[in-house]
Design a protein around this ligand. Sequence first.
Ligand SMILES: *Cc1c(COP(=O)(O)O)cnc(C)c1O
Length: 349
Amino acid sequence: MEQGLLTVDCGAIVRNWRRLSALHAPGAVAAVVKADAYGLGAAPVARALRAAGCAHFFVAHPAEGEALRAALGEGPMIAVLDGFAPGAHPRLTPVLNSLADVRAHAARGGEAILHIDTGMARLGLDAAELDALAADPAPLARLDLRFVMTHLACADEPDHPLNAAQRARFEAACARLPAAPRSLANSSGLFLGAGFRSDLARPGCALYGINPTPGRPNPMERAVTLEVPVLQIREIAAGETVGYGATWRAARRSRVATCAAGYADGWLRALSGKGFGVAHGRRAPLIGRVSMDLTTFDVTDIPELRPGETLTLLGAEQDADAAAALAGTIGYEILTALGARYARRYLPA
Ligand SMILES: *Cc1c(COP(=O)(O)O)cnc(C)c1O
């Protein structure tokens, strides 16, 4: 193997979607596949979910939506979280993020999702815009309003008071608007209890195996494996150093494996000196700095390892959440950073 191999288990993703669907019943469960399905490949992932019965997909950008429509064909709803100009993408469903969006799209009609901001202060109608729309809801009557949605800011912190506050604001907002199906929970929101169920949940990360309940056991199945090839193995004497900045010094005669992946492939430089690769059932500590295309590991205690074999960077022993914790980030960023230079293999559902 000359390049790293990213294996995406579509079966695990479909099982995760089914698990979330059972949890959220009778409400439906969409799939958020923005950012190329969190770096895993929107087309193969969405096709597997579509075959399993998923009927609603969310992307961020219109171009992502157009590509997804080409991959999925007609049928499922493909909603664009960032919205788009009226008429620009007739086969996609815009999320309307302001009163101006509502008025512009109402002039033309068509499907839409209305986004109410209840505490994220990012996108969506604010309180004053909601007042104006509630006072004059006529534009909504000209739209095929598929859902009214809001987005939780702190769903991964179950005790955060903003969760209940956002839910209450959302219910109050919906009560002031013409009746329409509602969409509330993201992945973590699905685990906040029955009060956070709605007509359509919008999980992303949990589908891909990231823990939606941080600090508690992960209820989801891991869907990603990353293996990188060993290019060379060298012996160095005690006292020698490895890599840029000479940050790692051998305390004993050591075997150093140099692997063909670096921060340009999304193995973040913040992981320098942190975590490990796995080969032959043992852990090889990552040593020295992660460089652009190469990363080094202490394989002294895996004497049978040879160049051409691989180290597993993401797998059962070290998943995206674990790597993220070491890097001071979240699993989402580990997945979306995974680079374009890996070969990709999709295990069928
Ligand atoms: C990204 C996103 C989601 C999915 O969030 P996860 O935490 O990955 O489940 C849902 N809704 C909106 C509006 C989003 O931007």
